[in-house]
Write a protein that binds this ligand. Structure first.
Ligand code: NDP
Length: 282
């Protein structure tokens, strides 16, 4: 039976370390600050924003929320981003996605100063990640990497299979694994014979958004399974992209959903905000 990787506990450890380091930075006269921008009334986005703000408060990080109506224009949002770029109390700017249809998401993300881009989505930071010198690493993939590191998985020479190629999870986590000297295969909706690809993996990272599509008997015995997927089935139940019960029979370690990667994402957002404030301090 696999080790169940307790993302909540790991994230708790990291958040405690960040709270300590935040106090040390505040003692030098610099308080880290995060601006969170929410446009519209999407209930899931509302929940994420509240969780991020609570986490900031618990870590001693100053946070300010800008809640804008759903009919906000692109120009209005660009103007707000520009004000936040100039605001000296703000080290990180997070524009919660998705944005309403009238706003071009790429344009907004590119307007955020790369030095305050704590989500790591600006093309400048993406480019820095590709060239192996990232300024900010995107939070969810970064959380996956820290998780692997803290449970003692050395990726050097390992076969990593990433299922999913989104800009926010699949591609960046693949790049980060490559930087750790893994041999990386990226799979997606057009990949042929996914089961065989997954079966060759020492580490499987699933970021698809399809409930339990990766079957337990695809997993190589002893593999490590990281499930980024969060899928709601029925009214309340959340499941990942991996058939947890089946995969846990074969894997050496596996993340649960919920309580796996999810909590790490917020911890890494706090980490990036603190890092940004430290850069301001020097
Ligand atoms: P996207 O929808 O942007 O990307 C999904 C990827 O999965 C695409 O690359 C797609 O391929 C691929 N895919 C779809 N169907 C298949 C299939 N049948 N076989 C193989 N690949 C397939 O999703 P995200 O990356 O944004 O999110 C993925 C999951 O992770 C979601 O469940 C999301 O909720 C969760 N998530 C969790 C976070 C957390 O903090 N825990 C944070 C972010 C996301 P193609 O490119 O060909 O379309």
């Amino acid at each position: 039976m696999a080790q169940i990787i307790d993302g909540k506990a790991l994230a708790g450890e990291i958040r405690a370390e960040i709270a300590q380091q935040t106090q040390e930075l505040i003692a030098t006269g610099v308080t880290p600050g995060l601006a969170v921008v929410l446009v519209g009334e999407d209930p899931a986005s509302r929940v994420y924003v509240t969780m991020k703000e609570k986490a900031c408060a618990a870590a001693g990080i100053y946070s300010v929320e800008h809640k804008l109506p759903a009919d906000t224009s692109e120009l209005e949002l660009l103007q707000l981003v520009e004000r936040l770029n100039q605001d000296e109390r703000i080290d990180g700017i997070l524009v919660q996605l998705p944005l309403p249809d009238q706003i071009d998401e790429a344009k907004i993300l590119e307007a955020i100063s790369p030095a305050k881009d704590v989500d790591g989505f600006h093309p400048f930071n993406v480019g820095r990640l590709v060239t192996g010198n990232p300024l900010f690493k995107p939070c969810t993939p970064y959380g996956v990497m820290v998780m692997l590191q803290r449970i003692g998985v050395d990726l050097k020479g390992k076969n990593v299979v990433v299922v999913g190629r989104s800009n926010i999870v699949g591609k960046p986590v693949a790049l980060m694994c490559l930087a750790e000297h893994a041999t990386v295969t990226i799979c997606h909706s057009r990949t042929q014979d996914l089961a065989t690809k997954v079966a060759a993996a020492d580490v499987v990272i699933a970021a698809v958004g399809r409930p339990e599509m990766i079957k337990g008997d695809w997993i190589k015995p002893g593999a490590v399974v990281i499930d980024v997927g969060v899928n709601r089935v029925g009214d309340k139940k959340l499941v990942g992209d991996v058939d947890f019960a089946g995969a846990a029979e074969r894997a050496s370690a596996i993340t649960p959903v919920p309580g796996g990667v999810g909590p790490m994402t917020i911890a890494m957002l706090l980490h990036n905000t603190l890092e940004s404030a430290r850069r301001r301090a020097v």
